[in-house]
Design a protein around this ligand. Structure first.
Ligand SMILES: [Mg+2]
Length: 211
């Protein structure tokens, strides 16, 4: 599935990093604090989207009564205090090793704030797999399109040699805006059924990428 490409751009959250449960736990605590109904896993995977602000509004947060920026900062601080609870997906390290051994190169393009991303990837001791770690300039998670285009400009490859692997419809949008192909993995923040609506290949698990 990724055999024909020379560079793989990885999304981080929900693609290599299995952090859906922590995201759900934090957002449910914030909902309960406001007297709002918590989400089930299924509901979360149906409503999670980018920009994050839209997803928050859809599940009941009212930004005429509180600041999105404050809520976003609180989420990031809580996430950071609990990130020791999160693991990579079981096959992630082996896949990264196999891709590297095949002579392909790899990068990460994440909606995390850039410095946080570098620190976080470092805690798993996998930095050596990646040529570039690209995050956003702030914590508000609006869009990865500009950073994706910037990353592509740094790579010594034409678009057709690059593939983006992600877990959300936004990853497919980013890939399209960059002019590169995309593969989505249905084990993250959005349901496989939802991902299949956008017309790019969807696999169940990382291991299927090497088939
Ligand atoms: Mg993701």
């Amino acid at each position: 599935m990724i055999d024909n490409y020379r560079h793989i751009i990885w999304d981080w959250n929900g693609t290599l990093l299995d952090d859906m449960s922590l995201n759900l736990a934090i957002v449910n605590d914030m909902l309960r604090d406001r007297g709002l109904a918590p989400l089930t896993v299924e509901r979360y995977r149906e409503v999670f989207t980018f920009p994050i602000r839209d997803y928050y509004e859809n599940i009941g947060f009212d930004f005429s009564r509180e600041s999105y920026e404050q809520l976003s900062l609180r989420f990031v601080a809580t996430y950071r205090s609990r990130w020791h609870e999160i693991k990579l997906f079981p096959q992630a390290r082996r896949i990264l090793e196999q891709i590297q051994a095949s002579g392909k190169t790899q990068s990460v393009l994440s909606a995390h704030q850039h410095d946080t991303l570098s620190e976080f990837v470092g805690t798993f001791s996998i930095n050596n797999f990646f040529q570039h770690l690209i995050g956003l300039e702030n914590t508000y998670a609006h869009s990865k399109v500009d950073q994706g285009r910037g990353l592509l400009a740094m790579l010594p490859h034409p678009e057709f040699e690059v593939v983006l692997v992600g877990d959300t419809l936004h990853d497919a949008e980013v890939a399209e805006a960059m002019g590169v192909n995309c593969v989505l993995v249905g084990h993250g923040h959005q349901s496989k059924e939802r991902l299949q609506q956008c017309g790019v290949p969807v696999v169940d698990a990382l291991s299927a990428l090497l088939d």
